[in-house]
Design a protein around this ligand. Structure first.
Ligand SMILES: NC(=O)c1ccc[n+]([C@@H]2O[C@H](COP(=O)([O-])OP(=O)(O)OC[C@H]3O[C@@H](n4cnc5c(N)ncnc54)[C@H](OP(=O)(O)O)[C@@H]3O)[C@@H](O)[C@H]2O)c1
Length: 331
């Protein structure tokens, strides 16, 4: 399996396993986090061959970008930094300023891949893409991408002749919503998908044996009942089916002598249209373990079996690619 990918409209390669820098700031969704563990996780990921790191200003209000700069000081030209700008900053002048903040937080003079975090229909995409192109022409960013962009937004990008290098989307064995429309659209448009939450925030490592064990802040997704305290959707959820599916994946992994998380990542890396997987890790051990997915050999039968085991859950959750809301923000 290829372990690197040259992004379209860019002159650089990313590692197909990308380290996700959200959870290393702890707090919202994740709870307490020791900064030393975060630094060790970043270093371990780099030492295990991961060149690419995904962050965002929204992760701890710049704290994640700061940590990345601190941990990998001295390696700047050997790593690929993917950061994101929030939708509140999509107006031309705001976006230029947000990028300056990002550069400062990251202690660098360029961001390799700068991504629009979520669509913002209130601001014309032409204006936002224009600002990104100016930043690219100035050398402040090397390429730009989008995130959580559905078919309509991707079509607008194409009409604006935006040179989009990637679309970051929630995609994993327990959440296959993009397969209905968005993934085919990305394939048709030659936009690689970078998959976020690829082990479904830990659920695909088998660490929770039933839905009641999942902490409330992580049980906000549409898999769980809207009765969970931090839920933002109006659905009954599918906790039983989710955990039956997890148990079936666990059995298949055990029968084949494989680590469940690695197998889940390997399945994803082999789906058509998938450029890379962005996986989080809160310590060095997790960061190292998550690179083992490269070593899972190609076993088409096994991957097809995994697709079959997760089909019912895919149908139940449907084509809404917003993990958290019924009123989808993926447009
Ligand atoms: N564009 C967007 O809107 C968006 C949204 C979400 C995420 N992202 C990006 O995608 C990245 C990854 O997504 P994510 O953090 O939501 O989910 P994820 O990668 O599916 O899960 C990461 C979490 O799983 C647990 N974990 C990781 N490796 C493990 C291992 N080997 N064994 C056991 N547990 C393990 C850790 O939490 P515990 O140890 O606490 O269990 C870790 O924080 C983020 O860091 C961020 O860069 C983007």
């Amino acid at each position: 399996m290829e372990t690197t990918l040259r992004l379209p409209h860019s002159d650089f390669e990313i590692s197909r396993i990308i380290f996700g820098c959200w959870a290393i700031v702890g707090g919202f969704n994740w709870g307490p986090q020791d900064e030393r563990d975060s630094i060790e996780a970043l270093k371990a990921a780099y030492d295990s061959g991961i060149s690419t790191f995904d962050t965002a200003e929204a992760y701890g209000g710049g704290q994640s970008e700061n940590l990345l700069a601190k941990a990998l000081k001295g390696e700047r030209h050997r790593i690929v930094i993917a950061s994101k700008v929030g939708p509140q900053d999509f107006a031309y002048a705001d976006l230029i300023q947000a990028c300056e903040r990002g550069l400062k937080n990251l202690q660098t003079d360029y961001i390799d891949l700068y991504q629009l975090h979520w669509p913002n229909p209130a601001i014309p995409l032409d204006e936002t893409l224009g600002a990104l192109q100016v930043l690219k022409d100035q050398g402040k960013i090397r390429a730009y991408g989008v995130s959580n962009f559905g078919v309509k937004s991707l079509t607008t990008c194409a009409e604006s002749a935006g040179a989009i290098s990637s679309n970051q989307m929630a995609y994993n064995l327990l959440f296959r919503a993009i397969e209905y429309e968005i993934l085919p659209k990305c394939i048709e448009s030659d936009i690689p998908v970078l998959c976020y939450s690829p082990i479904m925030q830990g659920l695909l490592t088998g660490k929770f044996s039933d839905w009641e064990q999942v902490p409330d802040d992580r049980a906000r997704t549409r898999h769980f009942s809207s009765k969970r305290p931090q839920s933002r959707h109006q659905e009954e959820g599918c906790e039983g089916l989710t955990f039956e599916t997890i148990a079936a994946i666990r059995r298949l992994s055990t029968d084949n002598g494989m680590d469940m998380g690695s197998l889940s990542l390997a399945w994803l890396l082999r789906q058509p249209g998938v450029g890379g997987v962005i996986v989080g890790g809160r310590n060095a051990e997790q960061a190292r373990r998550n690179t083992l997915a490269y070593e899972v050999s190609n076993n088409r039968g096994l991957f097809e079996e995994l697709s079959g085991l997760t089909e019912e859950l895919k149908e139940k959750l449907g084509s809404n690619a917003d993990l958290w809301q019924t009123d989808s923000r993926v447009i």
